[in-house]
Design a protein around this ligand. Structure first.
Ligand code: IPM
Ligand code: MG
Length: 369
């Protein structure tokens, strides 16, 4: 079968390369057992790209990204690059990719896998079966708004400032993604802002409310972001799909991830708009970040990266069956009692990154037999 699916793999920093390596096993398995061949290219991003080429997202990487059908991203950042000037930091690698590829819809599921309900900081019955999706706007808002800077005023005092700004078009397009998702799930969407104190929040609420008319099957509600944080930390199962700005979505998705008790299990997808032929840029990454404290020790949980690859199959290639297969394999490994350190419980068998990856492939073998 011809290799027609162009995949760009950007391992990045910290545990990124270790967990991406486990996905390569899954890619090889698909090739061998399901005759699905990918044309895989690797590229540099983050601190690794700074060290090799002096930029967190070099033009070469942007070219590769523009030519790829989907990007599998590891993670960026670490103490080694902490003292770099703001404009040269590894984090700018992911921000440039999001902005220049137009990846405006960041889908962050927070799922509690039944075998892991005990790992949550909340009581197991509050989170067991939790399955919510945060749709975070990811190319606008205060992350990119102008003006921004640090300046000295005429009286000699200094100030730092950023701008939260959202155009009508930016709100409508990400809201549509959230409504479409909600329509396919339980039909409930919670839109989050601070309409009580921010003009951009008032505008957000107005535009989302208007967009709701296009989706009569979805029940829209609004919630202030601070209240949403409180509700997520106390009664997370009331939510199905949450729509939020770039900054609020960043905060709430970390909180939702913590509530699941296993940051090392959560994938994400960041999607652009489809062009006239239906092709869209898309990037898939775990939520956990580069975890420099455990990098290189072979103990990181590869599941979030493997599950990000499952999302890639689903969203970029419509390979629902293969995506499910991988998700089921991960679930089987967990219920079989294998655990990496981050999701360890008494009585389970503690394993490292590569044993976990191998176990997933073994389950895939069994399921496909
Ligand atoms: C995330 C991260 C990034 C963000 C950083 C690494 C720039 O926290 O993807 O949530 O703030 O968007
Ligand atoms: Mg974040």
């Amino acid at each position: 079968m011809p290799a027609n699916k162009k995949l760009l793999v950007l391992p990045g920093d910290g545990i990124g390369p270790e967990v991406v390596r486990e996905v390569r096993r899954v890619i090889d398995w698909l090739d061998r057992r399901r005759q699905v061949t990918f044309d895989v290219e690797e590229g540099l991003v983050g601190g690794a790209a700074i060290d090799a080429l002096g930029h967190p997202c070099p033009d070469r990487t942007m070219e590769q990204a523009l030519g790829a059908d989907a990007i599998l991203f590891g993670s960026v950042g670490g103490p080694k690059w902490d003292s770099l000037p703001f404009e040269g930091r590894p984090e700018l690698g992911i921000l440039r990719l999001r902005k220049e590829l137009g990846l405006f819809a960041n889908l962050r599921p927070a799922i509690v896998w039944s075998p892991l309900a005990q790992a949550s900081s909340l009581k197991a019955d509050l989170v067991d079966g939790l399955d919510l999706m945060i749709v975070r706007e990811s190319t606008g808002g205060i992350y990119f708004g102008e003006p921004r800077g640090i300046e000295t005023l005429p009286d000699g005092t200094r100030r730092g400032f950023d701008t939260e700004t959202y155009s009508e078009e930016e709100i409508v397009r990400v809201a549509r993604v959230a409504f479409e998702l909600a329509a396919k799930r339980s039909g409930r969407l919670t839109s989050v802002e601070k309409a009580n104190v921010m003009q951009s929040g008032r505008f957000w609420r107005e535009i989302v409310t208007r967009t709701a008319a296009e989706f009569p099957s979805v029940q829209l509600s609004h919630m202030y972001a601070d209240n949403c944080a409180m509700q997520l930390a106390s009664r997370p199962k009331q939510f199905d799909v949450i729509l939020a700005s770039n900054l609020f979505g960043d905060l709430l998705s970390d909180l939702a991830a913590a509530v699941t008790g296993s940051l090392g299990m959560l994938p994400s997808a960041t999607l652009g708009a489809p062009d006239s032929s239906g092709r869209r840029h898309a990037l898939y990454e775990p939520i956990h970040g580069s975890a420099p404290d455990i990098a290189g020790k072979g103990i990181a949980n590869p599941c979030a990266q493997i599950l990000s690859f499952a999302m890639l199959l689903r969203w970029s290639f419509g390979m629902e069956e293969d995506a499910r297969l991988i998700e089921n394999a991960v679930e089987k490994v967990l219920s079989g009692g294998l655990r990496t350190a981050d999701i360890m419980v008494p009585g389970a068998a503690r394993v490292g990154t590569s044993i976990m990856g191998e176990a997933v492939v073994r389950e895939l073998d069994k399921m496909a037999a």
